[in-house]
Each structure stands twice: as structure tokens, then as C-alpha cells.
Design a protein. Structure first.
Length: 126
């Protein structure tokens, strides 16, 4: 049987993730071979928690859950991490895709200097 947490516990755990990221965290897209493709700067507070959902906030003022940046390398985005401003991993193993993924992007095949947008930058507590 799966472990089930009450909503208040899930909310507190997601808020602890925001606190752990700290100010000016980053969301990073990688290829399956760990090539860094793009870094999205997060707002001074990485996001907001509502119930069991963490919605990331863009440092450049995009709408909640939308992140924008420019690709720094070429390749196929396959996974993502969230780090502190000092590049300490807080969340790893996020999937990336144009649908049915943890993070929804406008394109998974990226070229250098291409505009990249995450249109659904949210994660949910299981």
C-alpha cells in the first residue's frame, strides 16, 4: 500500500522545497547525457505553493508557471534540475517534454541562442 500524507503535510513539504531553494535559484535543462542546455533564473522567492502544487516564478517577471531564457547549447532536452543560486541540487530527475512531462517546454530540440519557454513550470507532491 502506498503512503498517503494529509494535505497540510504535503503543503508544508512543498514550502520546505521553496525555502531550501532559497533566493535566486535556477531551473536547468539538460540532455540525457547531462549537457546543460539552458538555465532559467528563478525569482528571489522560487515560487508559490498552493495545496500540493509548487508553481515556479520567473526572475524576469513572466506569468506564474512560465519561465523564459535562451539556450546556451544545442541538443535534445530530456531532464531538468532545480538548484540554489550556488548550484546545489535541490530537485533532480524532472522530466521535460512538449506534453506529458513534469515541465512542459515550447520545444525539446534546442539550438544555441534559441528562445526557450517552459509553459508549465509546476510540480506536485505525490
Amino acid at each position: 500500500m502506498a503512503v498517503i500524507y494529509r494535505i497540510a503535510t504535503k503543503t508544508a513539504r512543498m514550502q520546505a522545497v521553496v525555502d531550501d531553494i532559497g533566493p535566486n535559484g535556477k531551473l536547468k535543462l539538460f540532455t540525457a547525457a547531462d549537457v546543460l542546455l539552458a538555465t532559467f533564473p528563478l525569482a528571489s522567492v522560487a515560487g508559490t505553493v498552493s495545496g500540493t502544487v509548487l508553481t515556479f516564478a520567473d526572475a524576469n517577471g513572466a506569468a506564474p508557471g512560465v519561465l523564459n531564457t535562451t539556450a546556451s547549447a544545442a541538443g535534445d532536452a530530456a531532464k531538468a534540475t532545480v538548484t540554489t543560486s550556488a548550484d546545489v541540487d535541490i530537485i533532480t530527475g524532472l522530466t521535460v517534454g512538449t506534453s506529458a512531462a513534469d515541465l512542459i517546454v515550447n520545444a525539446t530540440t534546442l539550438s544555441i541562442n534559441q528562445a526557450v519557454t517552459i509553459t508549465a513550470a509546476t510540480i506536485s507532491h505525490a
